[in-house]
Design a protein around this ligand. Sequence first.
Ligand code: ATP
Length: 342
Amino acid sequence: MTMLQLVGVSKSYGDQQAVSDIGIVAPAGRRTVIVGPSGSGKTTLLRLIAGFERPDSGSITLDGQPLATVPPHQRNIAYVAQEGALFPHMSVAGNIGFAMPRRATERLVRIDELLARVGLPTSMKSRRPHELSGGQQQRVALARALAQQPALMLLDEPFSALDAGLRENLRDMVETVLREAGIASILVTHDQSEALAFADHLVVMQAGRVADAGPPQRLYDRPNTAATARFLGSAIVLDGDIRDGFAHTVLGAIRVAATEPRHASILLRPEQLTVSPAEAGTSEGPQATVLSRLYQGSSWRLKIACPGLDQPIDIFTTAHHINPADMVQLHVSGYGHIIPED
Ligand SMILES: Nc1ncnc2c1ncn2[C@@H]1O[C@H](COP(=O)(O)OP(=O)(O)OP(=O)(O)O)[C@@H](O)[C@H]1O
């Protein structure tokens, strides 16, 4: 079973430090996602793993074997780039069969199998890349990568040029194909919802460093830093004084998993907040003013101003009778997360 490990990996381009002291384990047969803002070093990491760049320091091993002296084409690692990067002068069949042995019959059978696997009709075999849609090109690129029977598949923002519906569809297809083939993968993206949907192991990069890593749900619910919390979704970060299992904040007393008195940053996700119209003269907790509302099909997104908070917060509701300028009562459910590194 394949396991990729990076220890203390750093790389700079001239004066520009691209990645620093990276430690990552991509577990066998799993889908690792590297997510982070533009310029955080994601592509550099993928290029180091593929062997297109050399690290200045640190080691990269695949199943315990150091890759430093192994050239890219012998690493047993396939790379799918953002725009597919198909050979423009070759047919679909030529692209998919590029790295296959030349023996005719097996090759043709295998190309047909791979086309079926990525959901393309065999009638497309003789087309050139420019005769395909963006989504079809990415399917061919994936089939070409699968043809290598790699131990590890690197996917560098492979869906980013596609529109939303197609993107989800292709992402689900890739997830299924990789799982069925038992191939470990590392996907790079700057899209947090894509990262959360695809990953079973998530690495968050910030300014060339790993800010946090772990299962996606842990990172979303219990991130190590406020920056990770904000990067992975809407976050409400509050100052809190912890006493007796509660954090005392401008939104009232919020249950937390700690008792020792101290000051801390507390994270709530919007889905932990609900609103109801504030009854005149009564107050069962914090109140807020609705600044705006946006219809989103299944719910309304409300922007609300809470006394004591300098930023408005977004929450979602299915109640359609709450309007801008209304006063609302806020209700917090579940636990607040104490952000450890803030
Ligand atoms: N060939 C290069 N020469 C000089 N600097 C580079 C080179 N490649 C990347 N960099 C710099 O290294 C840093 C990391 O870049 P990288 O492309 O890895 O980030 P990224 O997270 O993939 O960004 P994006 O999401 O925008 O693709 C950036 O500051 C970038 O400007």
